[in-house]
Design a protein around this ligand. Structure first.
Ligand SMILES: NC(=O)c1ccc[n+]([C@@H]2O[C@H](COP(=O)([O-])OP(=O)(O)OC[C@H]3O[C@@H](n4cnc5c(N)ncnc54)[C@H](O)[C@@H]3O)[C@@H](O)[C@H]2O)c1
Length: 483
């Protein structure tokens, strides 16, 4: 009898316990398999946990199940496929089952901007919470990784307890905002500047702390705080970075007006240890799925609490104006006669190494060019499929070469490496006469382009076209940068 119990017990353990060489692996479900959910799920699986990535988008899940990665992100395919093959990572659209199968549920659904009000649209989050509510049979830690306004986690706690009638012992809420950047998402997830864990429950904090231990071993600071503070940290981080970008963009415009090189200004500014050199490269305005919506949501959230965040209102306003700069500069080069021209846009993604075009400055440029009946040719190494959904009627090139051929101007809108090392001598011969280059990312050598005979402008570099610069040669400029 004793032996039979032993055999039965071993069989039970064999079936229900997945053996692992990792200490204390957790069962994790991630709801939302976008940029954040897929990257987090893949990395948590790589730490040795058992991860299910669940999404309501059946097509996306089918693609992932057959090892097709629906977004472009360096290293993501390798890490997803390796862990899926190992059995640590699976994909499902059966959300109920995914929730029941795990002890820790991460929510990484989108929280886009409500275009009418500027508030964060929390409908997807509410949908995820409702899924969890009907599957809360045993205790679970619910971790909100989506960026949500301060007070949202408290609302979720109240909603589950009061509207869904779930006993408080059945769940804990944790806020663990994500700071990864698209284009380097895997690197950022594995090398964060800090991890924020907001929770009122020490048990829940410990569980989430433990799954981050591989990062703690790299000396990444882990900050334990309240739910509201964790939520706010994410918003103030993005808002500060957006402020910094709008600031340097406005300074670049001023540099254009007085004939000073913004690169020298930004370089000197960044050497000040209190400021840091990052996020001081002027450009065509910030876009992407985070900065525009997070700044707007913070402004709205503060307004509801009778606080006026004037600096952020100004940063958004400056950004909208900045998105029109490439077009304004282009128009100026053609003395306002732009309608019969063919313009090649290099770069559609809101930044390099991603296929994301959400709020991309290229969208505004295309809108303005279309209003002026310009022939538009566009190229991006990864983002053309996404842009085609918004503008199906413009020409998408198969390569840089194909795109620039017979064009009057090139506007560089994204800082892809591919655009940094082009053969401009060759390009000059492929374009129409008096061709124009607008470098909206300041990644090209303006001096070289001008020597080749291009008409050239960038952001905050109008000094290259000034009479004084032509007279003094590049002496002063080189002096400033090289000392
Ligand atoms: N993208 C970034 O760079 C980034 C960085 C840090 C934080 N964030 C934040 O992370 C969150 C997610 O952003 P993202 O860019 O990954 O979004 P995304 O739009 O790429 O992906 C969201 C996914 O959630 C799915 N979804 C919606 N409702 C669902 C539900 N009820 N259950 C399961 N899945 C559901 C959608 O189908 C979609 O696949 C947002 O709050 C965003 O602000 C994003």
């Amino acid at each position: 009898m004793k032996n039979r119990i032993l055999v039965f017990f071993s069989f039970f353990l064999f079936i229900f316990h997945i053996p692992s060489i990792y200490s204390n692996p957790k069962k994790i479900t991630v709801l939302g398999t976008g940029y954040v959910g897929l990257v987090s799920g893949a990395c948590f699986a790589d730490f040795g946990n058992q991860v299910i990535c669940a999404d309501i988008d059946k097509q996306k899940i089918e693609q992932l199940q057959s090892f097709y990665i629906p977004i472009y992100e360096p290293m993501l395919d390798e890490i997803v496929i390796r862990n899926a093959k190992k059995g640590n990572l699976s994909f499902t659209s059966d959300i109920d089952n995914a929730i029941q199968s795990s002890d820790i549920i991460f929510i990484a659904v989108g929280t886009p901007m409500n275009e009418q009000t500027g508030d964060a649209d929390l409908r997807a989050l509410k949908g995820a919470i409702e899924f969890i509510a009907r599957n809360l049979i045993e205790y679970k830690v619910i971790v909100i990784k989506s960026t949500v306004p301060p007070g949202t986690c408290a609302w979720v706690e109240k909603f589950l307890a009061e509207e869904c009638g779930i006993e408080p012992e059945k769940f804990s809420i944790v806020s663990c905002p994500e700071f990864l950047r698209e284009g380097s998402a895997i690197y950022d997830f594995l090398n964060p500047d800090r991890i924020i864990i907001g929770s009122h429950s020490s048990e829940a904090f410990n569980q989430i702390y433990q799954i981050h231990l591989p990062l703690k071993e790299k000396n990444v600071p882990i900050i334990n705080t309240t739910l509201g503070a964790a939520e706010l940290i994410k918003y103030v981080t993005n808002s500060f970075l957006a402020l910094k970008i709008s600031f340097i963009n406005e300074i670049a415009n001023f540099c254009d007006a007085i004939g000073v090189d913004v690169k020298t200004i930004a370089y000197a500014l960044g050497l000040d240890k209190r400021i840091s050199p990052l996020f001081l490269n002027p450009g065509p305005g910030f876009g992407g799925s985070c900065f525009p919506k997070d700044v707007a949501a913070l402004i709205k959230n503060a307004e509801k609490n009778n606080v006026d965040l004037q600096t952020l209102v100004a940063a958004l306003k400056a950004n909208e104006k900045q998105k029109e700069k490439p077009f304004e500069k282009l128009k100026k080069q053609f003395n306002n006669n732009i309608s019969d021209k063919t313009i090649a846009i290099l770069g559609l993604a809101f930044k390099a190494n991603t296929d994301d075009i959400r709020y991309s400055p290229s969208i505004r440029l295309i809108e303005l060019l279309k209003e002026h009946n310009v022939t538009i040719k566009a190229y991006d190494p990864e983002a053309m499929k996404n842009m085609q959904k918004i503008f199906p009627d413009i020409y998408y090139g198969t390569s840089v070469d194909d795109t620039i051929k017979n064009s009057d101007a090139i506007v560089v809108m994204t800082d892809w490496n591919e655009f940094k090392n082009l053969n401009w001598n060759y390009i000059k011969n492929e374009m129409h006469e008096n061709s124009v280059i607008i470098d909206a990312r300041n990644i090209l050598d303006g001096q070289e382009l001008k020597q080749l005979g291009f008409k050239y402008d960038a952001i905050g570099r109008a000094f290259l076209n000034s009479y004084k610069y032509k007279r003094a040669g590049c002496f002063l400029y080189n002096y400033a940068m090289c000392l």
